[in-house]
Design a protein around this ligand. Structure first.
Ligand code: C2E
Ligand code: CA
Ligand code: CA
Ligand code: CA
Length: 280
């Protein structure tokens, strides 16, 4: 395993055979890890352009193993999906994010953060109980549905009619629905007709293309245009440079997320930012 970019984050990076063994090891370990409290959530600010003021956060799960190694969700979420443990892990993630949101509401007021986003994967959308799980987490912690955003991907919705029905049920609860990695699937635009979407998160690949060919920029421009026409909010993902942020603003983007503004961070660091905003 090599140390990745993400501040000591260890990515499994090995041969196919090693990967398969690691997959089996991860599968066996996940349940124990959940009981042992080895998961935690980081929160990455979603900011306003051009100023960079924090509007909300996205929660991102991490697994810290007993030996101190932190495993990337890209390595264990797919395994958790295959084994079905994502349903339990996902419920824990929703509850933890709602508990944290409630704590921020108490400490800094109900309007200090417009939204807290939670990622939900394909397998979770196939669980007809998901809307109840979300409603229960909100109720348990006294968080209004309007403050929660559920991030889904196009692939997840296309696993079947049941997934789409679940998204409609979630939307009826009053939570916002964000379409993640927008533009990378085969029918991103088609999905906007059938799926109750409030926010599109424009994939990092389009942000990376800014400043390149006019053709590449044309897509980024078209996406904000469509969103504006449909009354949707857009968030540009994976913004790493000041130049990208500036160009996005010129193209009409008003919300962004990425290492240029802030990395995923522990809740205490979000506290410090909220405190600072309050002191101003
Ligand atoms: P995602 O939902 O698209 O999350 C954004 C990923 O991009 C995060 O990786 C984040 O750390 C990373 N990122 C943010 N800004 C930048 C940037 O400027 N440059 C680059 N290169 N990367 C940036 P992370 O935390 O490793 O998560 C990877 C994926 O794992 C997520 O992609 C999501 O699909 C999944 N995931 C993470 N947390 C959860 C969770 O709680 N539940 C579920 N179901 N999936 C999760
Ligand atoms: Ca996401
Ligand atoms: Ca994304
Ligand atoms: Ca992604």
């Amino acid at each position: 395993a090599a140390t990745g970019l993400d501040g000591g984050l260890v990515r499994y990076d090995a041969s196919l055979e090693q990967r398969l063994t690691q997959r089996a090891t991860i599968a066996a370990d996940l349940r124990r890890a959940l009981t042992a409290g080895e998961f935690h959530l980081l929160y990455q600010p979603i900011v306003e352009l051009p100023g960079g003021r924090m509007l909300g956060v996205e929660s991102l799960v991490r697994w810290r193993q007993p030996d101190g190694r932190v495993v990337s969700p890209a390595d264990f979420i797919p395994v958790a999906e295959d084994t079905g443990l994502i349903v339990e892990l996902g419920a824990w993630i929703l509850d933890t994010a709602c508990a944290q949101t409630a704590a921020w509401r108490r400490a800094y007021g109900p309007d200090a953060l417009r939204s807290v986003a939670v990622n939900v994967s394909a397998r979770q959308l196939l669980d007809p109980a998901l809307p109840e799980v979300v409603a229960a987490a909100l109720a348990r912690h006294g968080v209004p549905a309007a403050q929660l955003t559920i991030e889904i991907t196009e692939t997840a919705v296309f696993t079947g009619g049941r997934a789409l029905a679940t998204v409609h049920a979630l939307s009826r609860l009053g939570v916002s629905i964000a379409l993640d990695d927008f533009g990378t699937g085969h029918s991103s635009l088609g999905l906007l007709r059938t799926c109750p979407v409030d926010i599109i998160k424009v994939d990092k690949s389009f942000v990376d293309g800014l400043g390149g060919s006019p053709q590449q920029e044309a897509i980024a421009i078209a996406l904000t245009g469509i969103a504006d026409t449909m009354g949707l909010r857009t968030v540009a993902e994976g913004v790493e440079t000041a130049e990208q942020a500036r160009r996005l603003y010129e193209l009409g983007y008003r919300q962004a997320q990425g290492f240029h503004f802030a990395r995923p961070m522990p809740p205490a660091e979000i506290d410090a930012m909220l405190q600072q905003a309050q002191d101003r």
